[in-house]
Write a protein that binds this ligand. Sequence first.
Ligand code: FAD
Length: 469
Amino acid sequence: MTTAVVVGSGPNGLAAALTLAAAGLQVRVIEAADELGGGIRSSELTLPGLVHDECSGMHPLVLCSAFAERFDLAGAGLTWRWAPAEFAHPLDDGRGGVAVRSVSETAAGLGKGGPGWQHTFGPLTERFGTISQEFLQPVLHIPRHPLHLARFGAYAGLPATLLARRFRTPEAQALFTGVAVHSFRPLDTLASSAIGVALTTAAHAFGWPVAEGGSAAIRDAILARAAEHGVQFETGRRVTSLDELGGPDLVMLDTSPAAAARIAGDRMPRHVHRAYLRYRHGPGAFKVDFAVEGGVPWAHEGSRSAGTVHLGGGVKEMAAAERDVAAGRMPARPFVLVGQQYLADKTRSAGDVHPLYAYAHVPAGFTGDATEAITARIEQFAPGFRDRIRATYVRSTTQMSRHNANYVAGDIVTGANDAWQLVFRPRPAPDPYATGVPGVSLCSAATPPGAGAHGMCGYNAAQRALARL
Ligand SMILES: Cc1cc2nc3c(=O)[nH]c(=O)nc-3n(C[C@H](O)[C@H](O)[C@H](O)COP(=O)(O)OP(=O)(O)OC[C@H]3O[C@@H](n4cnc5c(N)ncnc54)[C@H](O)[C@@H]3O)c2cc1C
């Protein structure tokens, strides 16, 4: 029987394992941590009964993922839940912007910024089913819908600060820019709009759902499907060399490129080894989970019903903060993403005490403590927040990479999203998953289409590996 070993059990490792097992291979997954799931884990980090997502919280791209569709994760027990609004961006004095599922309703709430929003995201949303199929695979392919892709590319290729000008009002401009900041890169650089355009359109097309019971429910659904195909698992074992794996026909590495180079050692062609060591990582994230009594008292009404709230002030302030973190300087007022998953999923709270998820963008390997900066940012837009905190759980950049070796120096998106790496990740090659070692593939978020708990890197890598086999 053809055998495969998958190293790492993040969403991409699990997607690769399930895809190979469904093709009839005998598959074993080896995971360094004591618990399976990588970026799709949830725990009671603060108080008993409060479910916090340890890494990924919102899942805009899962509903259009060919992997989730093919393996019917909903049929394996996964239930998606949506907050009343998808995301919001408060400004001072209770002003702000809010995005709901409907483009026209969102545009109507954005005053003079509304027409630009409607004109940009209306047509993209209508075509998002086909556009997402294009960008959830390696960039270098023959597109099936070139015109749709061209429309998406025309916006995605712009600097975010430039595209934001289309939206006219400070509220609408900040609302878009807050999503563009998910790319973790300076906002005046080429293609810094790409992730913002994709995620904003996804919000209008599918919403930004959360998994009922926590993101670990996504893992559990994949594991249920994997059990149907006899996939075996081993936890608490860090793989350091291919020699440990017993010579399977296929190896899938759900690791960073540098870790893949170390694991493959001399067997990897030198040019691939060099390229993997040169692969660039982005800035870091510093995460604080709070237990909050009575929820967050946002001054901006729209933020009270949004699953995700972006805190960064206006476009200029966000651009300056992102420039700082990219240059290795900690900004006084960093960009902070707040997740209010409990608004969508009541099972995560204990009575009126709710789990709140927040992380700041910080320089790679930041060694300071950003807890106060995050708390102060929330307090800025929600006076009285501090008084409602009942417990906190902190994960610094160092702890982030100890928790998961793929998050090098706290880089939670497994690689800088600069224009080059958006197209050629992890290196320029006809098959971006191939490592140059026969039978060995890289399948982590360092490969196309990049970060997110959609499993598409693992799914694509497994399909290519099967084709080569
Ligand atoms: C704080 C945070 C917030 C995020 N928010 C979101 C979000 O809201 N939405 C979203 O879609 N994405 C989000 N992400 C990103 C998302 O979690 C990742 O992009 C995704 O998990 C990447 O999946 P992966 O399978 O490539 O790797 P990972 O999920 O990182 O998993 C890799 C696994 O491999 C294991 N491993 C590594 N090396 C070895 C080895 N040598 N031997 C054995 N095992 C090994 C690791 O322990 C880990 O379990 C977030 C991430 C973080 C940390």
